[in-house]
Design a protein around this ligand. Structure first.
Ligand code: PHE
Length: 348
């Protein structure tokens, strides 16, 4: 057999193999064996040495033509197999878009967040800013700046988790008052803020106590602020959360950072003041602490108490939610039981 015949035969065999190939891998294998450096065509071409100078270029171009034809056939086969593979894949992955979807169960904000949201909305509407403060607080802000120096007996009521001598888990949101007062620029207008957040105390957990609970702090500082402003603001809070017909009542109390200080009661939303089990037959329910900001607190924050004054209050959303929804155990709010929490869906 001469070289031409050998090449012809290799071509025929190659084309047959390519056409019979079933997948991309076999086509690739054929390509490597047939056209590779150690393949039969290269081998044949090596024999060209023995040809005459006249024959050599003819056989050479014949060999190249065969190589090209094989390469083209391989490329076409690869395309064909690719198309086939894609078609198969598309068929296998077909989805029926008319099938009904899997229903997604929609949640809702935690009931405490719902109460806080309602309070925030009310105060934002009155031009208050909502301020955040750190939960890991300095003794300086949690106590000192609120007129509770070291060894002040009122510290006992708010024992907490100390991280070190300087840092503690804040026992109240009141430190945000001090932080905000220090920074406030009165040339830009009065200070009106609320600050919702978590607070911590070394309490033994029971139905009405939790080592972690929430507060919303409120603070207004300006010229000529009176207790009437405090009472009007808190009456609005009571009506917003507990209903249009609620009244409030102020009773004298004590906080180191307010003077005078008051406990605020709201008329019972259950019996309207007649007396029932919710209000323990008194007609009133205690809901928050408040007062006029103590001059010492203003002075420490760099505000002149002869020019400026104001009121502050601290309310407990946990207690608000318990009263509003008749929840008798504060711990329910922190157990993350969806059966409990889903009862407070905003959509009803
Ligand atoms: N921080 C007080 C408490 O936790 C509540 C309070 C806030 C009272 C602001 C007066 C003014 O008991």
């Amino acid at each position: 057999m001469n070289l031409r015949e050998k090449l012809e035969e290799l071509k025929e065999r190659g084309l047959k193999e390519i056409n019979q190939a079933q997948d991309l891998k076999s086509v690739n294998d054929i390509r490597v064996t047939l056209l590779g450096k150690k393949g039969p065509i290269t081998e044949v071409l090596r024999g060209m040495r023995d040809l005459s100078a006249e024959e050599r270029p003819k056989v050479g171009s014949f060999a190249n033509a065969i190589k090209n034809e094989l390469a083209k056939t391989i490329a076409a086969k690869v395309d064909e197999l690719e198309v086939e593979r894609m078609a198969k894949k598309l068929e296998a992955e077909t989805i029926d878009v008319t099938l009904p979807g899997v229903p997604v169960k929609e949640g809702q904000p935690h009931v405490l967040m719902q109460v806080i949201d309602e309070i925030e909305k009310l105060f934002l509407g009155m031009g208050f800013q909502v301020v955040d403060g750190p939960e890991i607080e300095e003794d300086h802000y949690n106590f000192e700046m609120l007129n509770l120096p070291q060894d002040h007996p009122a510290r006992d009521m708010q024992d907490t988790f100390y991280i070190n001598k300087r840092l503690l888990m804040r026992t109240q949101t009141s430190p945000v008052q001090a932080r905000t007062m220090e920074k406030h620029d009165f040339s830009k207008g009065p200070l009106k803020m609320i600050s919702p957040g978590k607070v911590y105390r070394r309490d033994t957990d029971d139905a009405t106590h939790s080592h972690q609970f929430h507060q919303v702090e409120g603070l207004v500082i300006d010229k000529n602020i009176t207790m009437a402003d405090l009472k009007g603001t808190l009456a609005l809070v009571a009506k917003t959360i507990f209903g249009e017909n609620r009244e409030i009542r102020l009773r004298p109390s004590y906080f180191p950072f307010t003077e005078p200080s008051v406990e605020v009661d709201v008329s019972c939303f259950k019996c309207g003041g007649q007396g029932c089990s919710v209000c323990k037959q008194s007609g009133w329910i205690e809901v928050l602490g408040a007062g006029m900001v103590h001059p010492n607190v203003l002075t420490m924050a760099g505000i002149d108490p002869k020019v400026y004054g104001g009121f502050a209050f601290g309310l407990g959303p946990d207690r608000f939610a318990m009263l509003k929804y008749g929840v008798d155990d504060i711990r329910e709010f922190y157990l993350n039981d969806v059966r409990f929490l889903s009862q407070f869906s905003k959509k009803g």
